[in-house]
Design a protein around this ligand. Structure first.
Ligand SMILES: C[S@@+](CC[C@H](N)C(=O)[O-])C[C@H]1O[C@@H](n2cnc3c(N)ncnc32)[C@H](O)[C@@H]1O
Length: 211
């Protein structure tokens, strides 16, 4: 292809519904107050998550890795009426930002916040999920997937972030973290329970639909 990838990305971003004022405020606060603000989903991916969620209309959704709540705000917009999003964050110091924005968005009853390790918290959440966004602890991806896959309703969607690992997955030799992500992608590719696709958006977004 004979065009600049950067220009294409910019063009796509310029033709994507802009973030809300509240989401922009949260992104600014994340940049000012957190040590690794690049972890935020950001405007383009946030919009994609909102659109996917609006199509899936989940009754019960789960996010693993809240960070400052940017994706939570977007996922919550797509929930079915009376739908609930559970979101789990290990770093309790982020609660002050998460709580502020969930309250300001009026999502107190729709977004249930959990603070602690997702490995401990997932088994305490009852019910079957229609959508799960895995976005925490890259070394734990396979573990989180195994924890949720039998708790996804048929037709339910799993979304996993960072599966291209800055493009390192296509290199011929893999460092430890890249191998973990590559093995995870192979695991999903070989799982007969799902139909799956990787989109080369940002750091790579894997989607798997339960059959
Ligand atoms: C990439 S960020 C999440 C970004 C967020 N989903 C968004 O779209 O803005 C990953 C977050 O997962 C959290 N995390 C890491 N390991 C975790 C675990 N085992 N359980 C729960 N949260 C974890 C980190 O503290 C970090 O805030």
């Amino acid at each position: 292809m004979n065009f600049s990838q950067k220009k294409i990305v910019k063009y796509c971003e310029d033709h994507t519904t802009a973030a809300s004022a509240l989401a922009n405020q949260l992104e600014r606060e994340t940049n000012l107050k957190t040590l690794a603000p690049q972890m935020i989903s950001g405007e383009y991916q946030g919009r994609l998550l909102q659109i996917l969620c609006s199509i899936a209309k989940p009754k019960l959704a789960l996010e693993i890795g809240t960070f400052t709540g940017y994706a939570s705000l977007h996922l919550a917009e797509g929930l079915k009426e009376n739908g609930i999003l559970h979101t789990i964050e290990a770093n309790k110091e982020l609660a002050i930002i998460i709580e502020k924005y969930i309250q300001e968005a009026g999502l107190d009853n729709k977004v249930i916040r959990h603070y602690g390790d997702a490995t401990d918290i997932i088994p305490t959440i009852e019910g079957f999920f229609d959508l799960v966004f895995i976005d925490a602890g890259k070394r734990m991806y396979a573990n989180f997937y195994d924890m949720v896959i039998e708790r996804i309703n048929p037709g339910g969607l799993i979304i996993v972030d960072n599966v291209l690992w800055s493009g390192k997955v296509v290199k011929t030799t893999h460092d430890k973290d890249t191998k973990i992500i590559h093995d995870f992608n192979d695991k999903i590719q070989n799982d007969p329970r799902v139909d799956n696709i990787i989109l080369p958006i940002r750091d790579g977004l894997l989607m798997a639909v339960k059959k």
